[in-house]
Design a protein around this ligand. Structure first.
Ligand code: SF4
Length: 188
């Protein structure tokens, strides 16, 4: 193991810890912020407790506690899934969306932009390849963007509301869906 790789790993770990400290204020815990963030980014097939458990690499019990706490605070609600009526989706409420305007991760993004400027995109690419290695080693799922999925059929939809199509699930996809993350995503 090179010294530089170890130094970079320690930096990533420290940055993560410092970011968590900023999340200790207010009425949410870091794990609860992570759930709200996920729900904002995930598509309608991925806002289930099971998908959230996988993405956040936690246990079903811990995820259930986070959802209950967020429901009590009025930031999320559980609704019957459009896709599978036996299952539930967890959805952000208006209060949950408003809360995310004060998400502490926005400060971290600002610090990255200040320090790296146009190189921020390059850092994202590098981190993505590190994450891909980790996911492969652990047998997990990437949760990548829908528009970069092998099943994303660009322009394959048949209405203005659903201009694209998912060839795996055989359903229409909206324009914003392309920029959302998905539990079923497989890189093209
Ligand atoms: S195209 Fe891929 S990422 Fe998009 S909804 Fe279908 S499986 Fe998910």
């Amino acid at each position: 193991m090179s010294d530089q790789a170890l130094a970079a790993a320690n930096l990533l770990e420290r940055i993560g810890r410092l970011a968590r400290m900023e999340e200790q204020t207010g009425d949410l815990y870091p794990a609860q912020w992570a759930v709200l963030r996920y729900l904002l980014r995930a598509n309608r097939f991925s806002r289930t407790p099971m998908a959230m458990t996988k993405y956040l690499a936690t246990t079903r019990g811990t995820m259930s506690q986070s959802i209950i706490a967020l429901e009590r605070k009025g930031y999320v609600e559980r609704l019957a899934s459009e896709v599978d009526k036996r299952s539930v989706n967890v959805e952000l409420t208006v209060a949950g969306r408003n809360k995310l305007r004060d998400d502490p991760i926005i400060n971290l993004a600002g610090d990255l932009k200040k320090a790296l400027g146009v190189q921020t995109a390059h850092l994202s690419e590098l981190l993505l390849s590190v994450m891909a290695q980790l996911v492969k080693a652990q047998g997990g799922q990437m949760f990548g963007l829908c528009k970069s999925c092998r099943y994303f059929d660009k322009g394959g939809g048949d209405t203005a509301r659903w201009p694209h199509r998912c060839a795996l699930l055989d359903v229409g996809l909206s324009e914003p869906d392309g920029d959302r993350i998905c539990v079923e995503q497989e890189p093209a």
